[in-house]
Design a protein around this ligand. Structure first.
Ligand code: SF4
Length: 341
């Protein structure tokens, strides 16, 4: 093994954080952890991961669960599409491979929700194959180490990063190597004030040698998030302990298909009408919420309506507070409900 790889692995052996998913090489558990870790902080993921694999310890157990149960375990983690795709992926594993995650890289990559990154993480960590991974942390480390100065996100940069990651990965301990690169990016080669003095790769790091650490990686130009003005209506029927809140299965693109109160780009009456509800609507909003998604800024006026009447269907239902605790509700919906009650 070349010196750089050895230095990185020795550093990892000494410094790796003790994280629950590092105690296993079960491909299903690795898969769950990698999906949860995409766009979410490690500290946030830990309790979610532990609860998820306790409730769904195998691919088959997850495949057998209904979507609401899966989403309720994801509630608060955000990016719910990840959960639905994971669910679809394990169902495919059960249907096609008898519940065993395939070792073959092509078969893994063909599963729903498994992109190049997740396939590489499972391949290297669970199956010990020299398959590279490139995420935000790896991008930063490699851009600095190799002085890659084209903008992140550009096709030419992505291609180069994957090629370099594939070139660097050793055939011995490839899973640890990938995790070490990511760990280095998370704890040493951080976006601001990287700890180059204590970095195992400082000798041979091009950006460090040239004094260009702060200039790399070169960020891609960002678009401002589009603003969306919405009306949300918390419509209830019944009173006191019998009170129920009417919810719809949400917009899959925005809310990953979680349950939410009627919400629309329009008036509160439009929202009630679209949900097929008749109710006494208070004309003034009871509050206002701002919620920023990755590419949109939502400005939501929250309204209250009582005496609601509607027909329950698979995507439209009135929930008691207890039932609401058991289904998947997004963080945004928790904010809306908090304003209304
Ligand atoms: S020396 Fe500094 S810039 Fe280079 S890899 Fe290490 S922490 Fe990152």
């Amino acid at each position: 093994m070349a010196e750089l790889q050895q230095r990185l692995l020795s550093w990892y052996d000494e410094s790796a954080r003790d994280l629950p998913w590092r105690a296993t090489t079960d491909p299903y558990a690795v898969w769950v952890s990698e999906v949860m870790l995409q766009q979410t902080r490690v500290d946030t993921v830990i309790p979610y991961y532990e609860r998820f694999v306790r409730s769904f310890p195998t691919a088959r157990a997850l495949a057998d669960a209904d979507e609401d149960a899966v989403l309720s375990h994801w509630s608060g983690l955000g990016y719910y599409r990840r959960a639905r795709m994971l669910h679809a992926g394990v169902r495919e594993v059960v249907a096609q491979y008898d519940g065993v995650v395939p070792e073959d890289a092509e078969a893994r990559r063909a599963l729903p929700g498994i992109g190049r990154y997740t396939a590489g993480a499972i391949g290297s960590i669970a199956f010990g194959k020299p398959e590279p991974v490139v995420d935000g942390n790896v991008t930063r480390v490699l851009a600095r180490l190799l002085r890659i100065d084209t903008p992140t996100g550009a096709a030419v940069t992505t291609k180069r990063l994957w090629e370099e990651a594939a070139r660097l990965i050793p055939s011995e301990r490839p899973g640890d190597f990938n995790q070490a690169l990511m760990e280095l990016g998370a704890t040493v080669c951080t976006p601001r004030q990287p700890k180059c003095e204590s970095c195992p790769l400082s000798e041979g790091c091009a950006a460090f040698a040239q004094g260009e650490v702060d200039a790399l990686p070169v960020a891609k130009a960002r678009k401002a998030p589009r603003e969306l003005k919405l009306a949300a209506v918390v419509a209830t029927s019944g009173r006191g302990a019998d009170r129920k809140v009417w919810m719809n299965k949400g917009d899959k693109a925005l809310f990953g298909g979680l349950w939410g109160v009627p919400m629309i780009e329009g008036t509160p009456r439009d929202a009630l009408r679209a949900a097929g509800l008749r109710a006494r609507l208070r004309t003034e909003p009871v509050g206002e919420i701002e919620h920023v998604l990755s590419h949109r800024r939502l400005c939501i006026d929250v309204y209250r309506a009582t005496g609601a009447n509607g027909v329950e269907t698979h995507s439209h239902k009135a929930f008691s507070p207890d039932e609401l605790d058991r289904v998947g509700v997004s963080r945004l919906m928790l904010k809306v409900l908090a304003v209304a009650f």
